[in-house]
Design a binder for this molecule. Structure first.
Ligand code: C5P
Length: 408
């Protein structure tokens, strides 16, 4: 039985057919003993009558800045401050886009801008709208602002099409909320105050000649999300990043590198002043032995060429060997088979304190995706397994685990 006893939940309902689910959601929230206040957008009231939501939440449903004819108004700042958590469910593409871009033309979006509490979005829309680059951009922006996205689920949609776009079920949302309050995930805030943390992220590019390189598919999303989550926990973060399309997050010291050798050099420089190191970069294991100074040309009659490769330093292993008491290192493992044994071995070989195991066999996990499914293995043999989550949520879980492990 979930408990949200005494928690103040501000539910924002926007215009999507999934708005009918908000009636069930409110019932479950109230049953879990949360205090619920509801704000709806104008178009949401086409899908669900405010009277239904007011009756279930036992509070008037608010939708506009003013009410009555005596100049009385709904104080959006007060409502934002009242809430322990704001949940926008369903979050339509339109409302997501307004929140991501600071447009506050209705009560719901004005409250979003004033809210100091955690804000969660549970999107619901047609699959193509959900997959559209502008929607993906808006979701990414909201995550960067520190909001949590409960990704839409796959299934049948109101359009008759089938795909990702269904709002997460009310039961799942209430379950997640109760887990959130139980673990007090916000306790990450300040948990690493004053700690120096380095993160390696992204791929490395190993030059063959001035225009060609050997690289890999890493986008850096996971490492950048970790840098943001560490920063939110109060750490002084240095992000040593291979080539990515991402901007260094605000508040993070960024060192951009290209090759494994450069990443190795910068990591060695930073490590001695580091309390915690997270090695999330996909470092190339080998590099061309003799990169050419000039572009390799096609020569008539030459049908094949070979590029001799030499081994790159293993940054995590090398720094693991240099590790002093009080330093904590975290590595990643991406395995295709015998995952846990191989990850456990890597933990030993690289003298890591914690390893994050990604599965390539998992749909939605690994390179380029916005989601990831991970397991943690700790030095003391403890293990933790997680559901498929957004990379920002995974990053918060990693930071919570680091805080727990470094505070014992
Ligand atoms: O051995 P493998 O490449 O699978 O190990 C992955 C872990 O080691 C990751 O944490 C990665 O960032 C780190 N690593 C490293 N330097 C390398 C290779 C991997 O820091 N040259």
């Amino acid at each position: 039985m979930t408990s949200l006893k005494g928690k103040k939940v501000l539910l924002g309902v926007s215009g999507s057919i999934a708005a009918y689910k908000s009636a069930f959601l409110i019932r479950l929230l109230v049953k879990s003993e949360a205090e619920v206040r509801v704000i709806i957008t104008a178009s949401a009231s086409d899908f669900i009558p405010p009277l239904t939501l007011a009756t279930l939440s036992k509070n008037p449903v608010l939708s506009s800045f003013t009410y009555g004819d005596k100049g009385e108004w709904n104080n959006h700042v007060e409502l934002g401050l009242w809430a322990d958590l704001m949940l926008v469910a369903p979050a339509s593409a339109h409302t997501l886009s307004k929140c991501a871009n600071g447009i506050c033309s209705d009560l719901l979006t004005a409250i979003y801008l004033s809210a100091r509490c955690p804000v969660w979005f549970a999107p619901a829309m047609d699959l193509d709208m959900y997959a559209h680059p502008s929607t993906r951009d808006n979701l990414r922006k909201l995550e960067e602002y520190g909001n949590r996205i409960v990704e839409a689920r796959e299934g049948e949609l109101a359009s008759g099409l089938s795909g990702q776009g269904r709002m997460a079920e009310p039961e799942e949302l209430v379950e997640e909320l109760s887990r959130f309050f139980e673990n007090d995930l916000d306790s990450n805030v300040g948990g690493l105050a004053g700690k120096n943390v380095m993160v390696t992220a992204g791929p490395t590019y190993e030059a063959i000649d001035p225009v060609r390189f050997v690289g890999n598919h890493s986008t850096g999303k996971m490492g950048y999300a970790i840098a943001r989550a560490l920063c939110a926990a109060g750490a002084n973060v240095t992000l040593i990043s291979g080539p990515t399309a991402l901007d260094i997050p605000p508040g993070v010291r960024g060192i951009k590198v290209t090759s494994a050798m450069e990443m190795h050099r910068e990591s060695l420089n930073v490590f001695s002043e580091t309390d915690i190191a997270v090695f999330s970069a996909a470092v190339s294991d080998f590099r061309p032995k003799n990169p050419k100074g000039q572009k390799i040309k096609k020569e008539p009659g030459v049908e094949d060429i070979s590029v001799e490769m030499v081994k790159n330093p293993d940054i995590a292993a090398e720094l693991g060997a240099l590790k002093k008491a009080g330093q904590f290192t975290v590595g990643f493992a991406l395995e295709t088979h015998d995952e846990e044994q191989n990850a456990g071995r890597k933990l030993e070989n690289k003298n890591l304190d914690m390893i994050v195991l990604n599965s390539l066999n998992e749909k939605g996990a690994g390179f380029g995706h916005d989601t990831n499914r991970v397991k943690f293995i700790f030095r003391n043999g403890e293990r933790m397994a997680f559901e498929l989550k957004s990379k920002d949520e995974v990053a918060r879980d990693i930071v919570s685990a680091i805080i727990r492990q470094t505070h014992v």
